[in-house]
Design a protein around this ligand. Structure first.
Ligand code: MGD
Ligand code: MGD
Ligand code: MO
Length: 745
């Protein structure tokens, strides 16, 4: 309880300044005038501390402490109880007060009276908003005989458990059309599912026990800052650090060796390394015979198809480099590989991950402390998902032609296409929550076209995103500080309670409250049309999320123990320590019949990378940006202050070819669309690869040009990656197989 109830005296101004100072802003935060506190009142204010859990889609899922005085959130800190968060936050986490009190927050439900994209919004009441939405759902149901014309697209804006109320509401009205799959990690998840049976990684805190770490297509210095501590600690203890990335990232800069591989050729590198390890007998025969299936077939494949020379040609590396890292990796024990999500956003991404997994397995680096083929962990969040447990109303009908009653799935990674193609019945209404589809999805033009074909588009969000701009109705969502919840991670093993720290601002509501309000309206207009609760207490709902298994897994008797601080899952230091896998054979499967069922090779064979199409010779990769989580945070003043415009990183030789000077505005285009960014000329990128980070800018007028129109996804075609359909229901998306032309504007 200590952290929760500990009261401290601190002045409002001091703490606001501290937060500003953390961002290098000198501490004048005008947004705090919202508190209405005089300096004197603030001086006497009492500070309360609350447990908070960062629910963003990020490896770190931080345990935080929120400091509140007189109902105002003053600052947020990393909770030292979690040895993962370890008392620190990233720049985005430190900017949470700005996220809460930004004047840009959507304050009331609104209707875009001038039509989508017009920017002419009118405030409406919650009752009007609920009425309009519920009436449309009921009218569509009447017209088509079912609720399939209603489509939900929700993704990762807020990963808190209670936010599955959105899915819960849609389930409660009947069978609907759903955006299925994930744009994030599906190819790699499938690859690990074929190899191991599912994805589970060693505790990232265990990285300190490693003697050799390969950071393969991952940039934790930006995307998982807390893990970087464990990586660097391992280095301090003598581990060698290798980064394999087409970009010399901030992570690569910390490594002993940076392998600047040709994009999307990682499978060839892994197979070349495997061949050398096999030839030199550096592999762990004991592990292979005891714990694996089909390694002989894999070795036969290597003998027949792979040479180090071939791997060198494919990857743009030298044979000597490949042999050197193969030997070092195989003979320095224990050795860990961290396989990033960036690496698998390619047309051959899944197959490449399987080849890397194979390296870890053949060297016996699975099931050991300091080892692993670490990608993600899918075992941390077995909640009850109470809010989505309500059954559809009796008599709901789905796809009539097949006589089955199921939701209709559309591919989240080919959303525009699938929505426009859907017929019998067509999709007529979109509801988006925790989702900035227009900014984050490939092929923005197509996405907008799909939106334009709708009768009604509703988005619940906190800010006027590009998706909101294309909506008819916007519902003001809450920040994590305004409603309770609980979060777990897909990378580390801590669970964090999220307490309500402040009263809701303006007319904002949580997604769960919105679901209740909509249910109430549906039942008012047509009794029995929605089975979702029409009222409820979110703290009680939270209690409903826990079952004995999850409590036991985290070593707690009751969920209320989380009020004292985050709790760590027990016995999860080392993944697969018992050598029993979740594959059909219970072994590590080099040879996977399951993979064959999904029309992949049974072995981790090589699959070619995509080649540049005629006329578009420059590869454009768009990984994740340090000052945002996707489209979140970058719109805030505090972030804009340090980073106010989109950049294109390009090599000096490429810049010279197009007569581009530092800071020049550069057009980036292909047949899918175009965008622009400002030149950052740097040798950290390869000569034929440009880098434009995915993000959303929303500058204030006086600070310069408004970059709302920047969107690298204008140019990204919806090309599927090879894997994803098995574990996530839909193939992934090849964000980085994007080929463009550039020109100085
Ligand atoms: N600051 C910040 N943190 C984040 C996020 C964010 O948006 N901002 N997003 C969160 C989410 S949802 C995710 S999925 C993760 C993603 O975080 P990461 O797993 O780190 O993935 P990315 O940043 O997409 O890409 C990582 C690296 O992969 C490299 N890469 C691209 N293609 C290839 C290839 O073919 N081979 C190799 N070897 N490398 C390649 C890129 O150059 C990039 O440096 O980060 C999470 N954390
Ligand atoms: N070009 C390119 N595009 C990419 C990627 C890439 O590497 N390159 N990465 C992809 C990846 S890995 C991912 S995970 C996706 C992420 O795609 P999204 O999940 O769509 O991304 P976010 O911007 O994190 O969140 C979406 C919205 O949720 C809102 N939100 C936050 N909290 C709440 C809440 O409590 N309720 C509601 N209703 N809304 C809330 C935010 O304000 C934001 O507008 O993007 C993908 N897009
Ligand atoms: Mo992601």
């Amino acid at each position: 309880m200590e952290n929760l109830v500990k009261m401290k005296r601190r002045t409002f101004l001091k703490s606001a300044a501290a937060t500003g100072a953390a961002l290098g802003l000198g501490g004048t935060i005008s947004d705090f005038s919202l508190s209405g506190l005089t300096a004197e009142a603030a001086e006497n204010a009492e500070e309360k501390v609350f447990q908070s859990g960062c629910p963003r889609n990020c490896y770190s899922t931080c345990s935080m402490l929120s400091y509140v005085e007189d109902g105002v959130l003053k600052r947020v800190e990393g909770n030292p109880v979690s040895t993962y968060t370890n008392g620190h936050l990233c720049s985005k986490g430190n900017s949470y007060p700005n996220h809460v009190y930004s004047p840009d927050r959507i304050k009331t439900p609104m209707k875009q009276t001038g039509g989508r994209g017009s920017g002419e919004w009118e405030a409406i009441s919650w009752d009007e908003a609920y009425s309009e939405i519920a009436k449309k759902i009921l009218a569509l149901k009447k017209e088509y005989g079912n609720t399939l014309p209603v489509c939900l697209n929700k993704y990762s804006g807020n990963g808190d458990v209670l936010h599955s109320a959105v899915e819960g509401f849609f389930k409660s009205i009947g069978y609907t059309t759903r955006a299925k799959g994930t744009p994030c990690w599906p190819a790699g998840i499938d690859a690990q599912t074929f190899d191991f049976g599912t994805a589970i990684n060693n505790d990232p805190e265990d990285l300190v026990n490693s003697k050799y770490i390969i950071l393969w297509g991952v940039n934790p210095a930006w995307t998982a800052v807390h893990s970087m501590y464990f990586v660097e600690e391992a280095k301090r203890r003598g581990a060698k650090l290798i980064s394999i990335d087409p970009i010399l990232t901030d992570t690569a800069a910390k490594a002993d060796v940076h392998i600047q591989i040709k994009t999307s050729t990682d499978g060839a590198l892994a197979l070349g390394m495997a061949k050398y390890i096999m030839d030199e007998k550096y592999y762990d025969e004991n592990w292979l015979t005891k714990h694996s299936l089909g390694y002989e077939k894999f070795f036969e494949y290597l003998k027949k198809e792979v040479t180090v020379k071939w791997a060198a040609e494919k990857t743009g590396l030298t044979e000597a480099t490949i042999k050197k890292i193969a030997k070092a990796y195989a003979t320095t024990k224990p050795a860990a590989i961290w396989i990033g999500y960036g690496l698998q956003r390619h047309a051959n991404g899944g197959q490449n991950v399987r080849a890397i997994d194979a390296l870890a397995a053949m060297t016996g680096n699975i099931g050991v402390s300091g080892g692993g083929a670490n990608y993600a962990t899918l075992v941390t969040g077995d909640f009850n998902y109470y809010t989505s447990s309500f059954l559809p109303p009796v008599g709901s009908t789905g796809i009539p032609s097949e006589g089955t009653q199921v939701d209709r799935d559309v591919n989240i990674n080919n959303f525009a296409h699938d929505v426009l193609e859907a017929n019998e019945p067509p999709v007529k209404m979109l509801y988006l929550a925790c989702r900035n589809s227009v900014q984050q999805d490939p092929d923005t033009k197509a996405i907008k076209k799909a939106f334009e074909s709708m009768d009604l588009v509703v988005t619940a969000d906190l800010y006027m995103t590009e998706t909101v701009a294309m909506s008819d109705i916007v519902l003001p969502a809450q920040t994590l500080f305004e409603s309770p919840g609980v979060v777990t991670s897909y990378w580390h093993y801590w669970m964090t309670l999220n307490e309500r720290a402040i009263e809701p601002l303006y007319q904002s509501k949580s997604d769960a409250e919105i679901a209740m309000g909509l249910s109430q309206k549906m039942n008012e207009l047509e009794p029995g049309s929605c089975t979702f609760p029409t009222s409820g207490n979110l703290d009680e709902w939270l209690a409903q999320e826990f079952n004995q298994e999850i409590l036991t897994a985290y070593g707690i008797g009751s969920w209320t123990e989380l009020k004292a601080g985050p709790k760590k899952m027990i016995n999860k230091q080392v993944a697969w320590a018992d050598g029993v896998f979740k594959t059909p054979s219970a072994k590590y499967e080099f040879y996977s019949e399951e993979a064959k069922k999904f029309e992949h090779p049974a072995l981790p064979e090589h699959l070619n990378e995509m080649k540049a199409p005629e006329g578009y010779s420059i590869r454009c990769i768009s990984p994740h940006w340090k000052y945002s989580i996707h489209s979140q945070f970058q719109n805030l003043e505090w972030m804009n202050a340090v980073n106010d415009k989109p950049l294109i990183e390009l090599h000096p030789e490429l810049a010279k070819k197009y007569d581009i000077k530092p800071d020049d505005k550069v057009k980036i285009k292909n047949k899918t669309g175009e965008t622009y960014a400002f030149a950052s000329i740097t040798k950290t990128v390869q000569k034929n690869v440009v880098v434009v980070y995915e993000a959303w800018f929303r500058n204030k007028g006086e600070k310069g040009e408004n970059h709302t129109k920047f969107n690298i996804n204008n140019t990204v075609k919806a090309i599927p990656s090879d894997m994803g359909s098995n574990a996530t229901g839909m193939p992934g998306i090849s964000f980085h197989d994007n080929f463009v032309k550039i020109e100085k504007m």
